[in-house]
Each structure stands twice: as C-alpha cells, then as structure tokens.
Design a protein around this ligand. Structure first.
Ligand SMILES: Nc1ncnc2c1ncn2[C@@H]1O[C@H](COP(=O)(O)OP(=O)(O)OP(=O)(O)O)[C@@H](O)[C@H]1O
Ligand SMILES: [Mg+2]
Length: 423
C-alpha cells in the first residue's frame, strides 16, 4: 500500500486552458478517495498527471513521499481504468486479463495461474473462455478491473469506470468496486461526476471545480459542512435551493432578509456581526419541515407550485418569492442595504436582474434541474399532501441553514468553527 499525493499540481494546456490549478491532495495508504466535480473540471487530467501520462506544468506527484515526476508511467505501478476500458474483442476474457503479463513475457503457466486467481477474486471464473462481445456491460467492467489488478498495482486510478452502465447496474457495481479495492487494500483515486457514487463509495471526497480543489473530507462532512457555496450546491438531491439574502441586525433582532420575507435568527447568532452584508442562503430539503401550527422557531412561507409523488414520500416545491442566487457570488457588486431595498421594492422579480447584480440560479455545472425562481423543496409524508397554490409554513432547521459570503465562502458558526470541524 502506498500513499499518493499531489503538491500544488498544475496543468496548463498549450491552448492556455488551466485544467488543474495548484491542487494539493494526500491519499493515505489503502484509502479510497473520490474526486468529484462537474464535467471539464479537471478530474481526468489529475488522474493522467498522477499516472504519468501527462507532464505537469508545475507542482509534483508523490508516491510514498517521493517525487515521481521523472518516472515513466509504467514504473509508477499504478493501474488506470478508463470509462471506455477497451477490451480486445478477438481475445478471450482469460487472454484479455492475462495480456499485461504476457507483454512482460511471463511464462504461460505463471500467467494462467495468476489469471485464475484474479478471476476468482472478481467472481468471473465462468466467463474466462468467452469473448468480450458475449459479455454484459457489468461483466466487461469486471474483466477490465481484473486486467488492472493482475499486475498487483500499488494504486488504482479509476476514471468514471461505471459511467457506460445503466443506472441499476451502476448502483450494484459501485459497492463491488469499492469492496474490491478495500479487500485488496489498494490505494485508490476514483473519479466521478456523480454525487451518489461519491457519497456511497468514498472514504473521503475531494470536490473540484474549474481545476481548483474546493474541499476534501469524509462524505458526511463535505455534505453537512460545505466550505463553499459551490460544494453546498453540488451536493444535494433534490437540488439545493440557493437564495439571495442580506443580514440585518437591529436591537435583539437578527434576520436574513430574502426580500419577500425574512428568516428570523436568534439574537446572539454569529451572523449578527455581518449587519448589512449580502449573503447566499443554501437550503436543502433536509433543512425544512412542515411547521406545526404552534411552531415558534424560524419559518419560511410560500406557495405550493408542484408536488412530486415518490411513493413513500413526496417532494413539495414551494415558491418563497425570494431571489435566486448563483454560485458566481464573486460577480455580485451591490452592497447589502441597497440590494435589500431593491428586493423590498420588487419582491417578485420576473426578468433577469443583472442590472441589480443578481444572476439567475441556473448553473450548468450543477446536477439536476434548476429550481424555478426562489423555490425551496421540502420532503413530506405521502399522506395528506398539500395542494397546488396552498400556502405553507416551513420550519427552518438552523443547524442546516447554510450561509455564504459574497465570494461564496461559508459563514461559519461561532469562532470559525462548526460542529463537524471541531472533531
Ligand atoms: N489535451 C488538451 N488540450 C487542451 N485542453 C484540454 C486537453 N485535455 C483536457 N483539456 C481541457 O481541460 C479541462 C479539464 O479536462 P478534463 O478532461 O480533466 O475534465 P474532466 O473533469 O475529466 O471532465 P469529464 O467529467 O467531462 O470527463 C477541460 O476544460 C478540457 O477541455
Ligand atoms: Mg474526465
């Protein structure tokens, strides 16, 4: 087992594209790290740099603490599996798996023994005489994995290895792949743009955006305690709602003003010190519940626009009349009070608001459908469902209310710490 690391790794392609921007990552021996991010964010480029298939513009790749920039790919002993893992169509499964050993001129007996061993580990022994054309997608994937592990690599670099498969098979194979990597104790970097894959497979998740590392941590930490607006927005099903707000602190009142309504916060809430600052509010479905009639805490109210039945529960889309924000926070220019005044004047904007510095919440980098303007989503039991156009009061769980500053950095609770990061 080896540690794999990158130190300020940077790749600028000849056409000027900055694909990877000063990424420093450490993968512990035996760890399963998932590199997660939208298309084009530099995931494959990082893997190719680590594998030695691409030369860094600056920065280093380290294996077990040693800089390996000078080592050719084959001497790094890392096995890479690509999305389009091509198997040789005219070779049997056994021949495909044994191929990397045969090119190293190992004896037929050795190759055959090792193929048997690996096939056994992956549960594909019955397939050994078949040709790839006669295999299902999942079986082909296992053969590609077998071919990768036959050389006893020190690390796995897996680039969206499941993305060619249908949804059901992906879900089944993702636990297989993670279990296999753990059983073999091989350090693994797994690339995906699928948050569900990242959350279920990873020891730690590294979220990447436009070549820049946003956050690294265990899945539950990255989800519950996002460092940036982008991470909060990228992780969330149904899609995280992003609303524009401004902080007002006056006497014993602290609120986040959404223009159409305010979220009341406790008087000693740390955001108090941000009086008049513009903030972005990220609300996932699990931050909201239907408020009982006697509910005393902070609420959001709005009009039901859509009810999605999921069988055991339903998702209710509630229009809060607030303005959407986007992950492009740094482009917003207006100071808080002025923006809030504008929001009050025009509580229900219809058109683009760019003249006021507002951007639509639509961001093509984020997964899922963009919510219509100012909408939040709440999960409710499938009985006694609210109706369209009904007005709902939603209780806001303050522990799950995520606030971000104008450049999209998280506004932490007291002293820059949060529950999770104190551990
Ligand atoms: N050889 C190249 N020359 C120029 N630009 C490149 C080259 N290879 C990749 N890029 C660019 O670098 C950026 C990162 O590409 P990369 O393939 O690493 O993204 P990715 O995160 O793997 O995306 P996907 O999820 O679509 O596979 C993209 O903007 C891409 O267009
Ligand atoms: Mg890629």
């Amino acid at each position: 087992m080896v540690a794999i690391a990158t130190d300020l790794l940077t790749k600028v392609f000849d056409d000027g594209t900055v694909a990877v921007d000063r990424v420093s990552l450490e993968v512990a021996p035996g760890e399963f790290l998932v590199l997660l991010g939208p298309t084009g964010c530099g995931k494959s480029t990082i893997l190719r740099l680590v594998a030695g298939l691409e030369v860094p513009t600056s920065g280093h790749v380290l294996i077990d603490g040693e800089i390996v920039d000078h080592l050719p790919s084959r001497e790094r002993r890392l096995a890479m599996v690509f999305q389009d893992y091509a198997l040789y169509p005219h070779l049997t499964v056994a021949q495909n798996i044994g191929f990397p050993l045969r090119v190293r001129h190992e004896t037929a007996t050795d190759v055959s023994a090792r193929v048997g061993e690996v096939a056994d580990q992956l549960g594909i022994t019955p397939l050994l005489r078949k040709l790839p054309g006669a295999l299902s997608g999942g079986e082909r994937q296992r053969v590609a994995m077998a071919r990768a592990i036959i050389r006893r690599p020190l690390g796995f670099l897996l680039d969206e290895p499941l993305s060619n498969l249908d949804a059901g098979l992906r879900a089944e194979l993702r636990s297989d792949v993670a279990a296999l990597a753990r059983r073999l104790g091989v350090t693994t970097v797994y690339v995906t743009h699928d948050q569900a894959e990242a959350m279920t497979m990873a020891d730690r998740v590294a979220v990447l955006r436009r070549g820049v590392l946003q956050q690294v941590g265990p899945p539950e930490q990255v989800y519950n305690d996002p460092s940036t607006l982008f991470v909060a927005a990228f992780l969330g099903t149904p899609r995280t709602s992003l609303l524009e707000g401004a902080v007002y602190a006056d006497g014993d009142r602290v609120v986040v003003d959404l223009g159409s309504q305010v979220i009341e916060l406790p008087a000693d809430h740390p955001v108090r010190s941000r009086h008049t600052d513009r903030v972005s509010v990220a609300l996932r479905a699990d931050a909201l519940t239907l408020a009982p009639a006697d509910h005393a805490g902070p609420v959001l109210s709005g009009t039901v626009r859509q009810v999605e039945h999921l069988g055991h529960e339903a998702l209710v889309h509630v229009d809060t009349g607030a303005l959407p924000t986007s992950t492009e926070r740094s482009r917003l220019e207006l100071p808080g009070p002025q923006a809030a005044a504008l929001m009050r004047e025009r509580p229900r904007p219809q058109a683009a608001r760019t003249e006021y510095g507002f951007y639509p919440a639509y961001d093509p980098e984020l997964p899922g459908e963009p919510p219509p303007v100012g909408e939040v989503v709440v999960r409710v039991p499938a009985v006694g469902l609210p109706r369209r156009d009904e007005t709902l009061r939603l209780a806001v769980d303050l522990d799950r209310l995520l606030l971000f500053d104008r450049v999209g950095a998280r506004i932490r609770l007291a002293g820059g710490e949060t529950r999770q990061s104190q551990v």
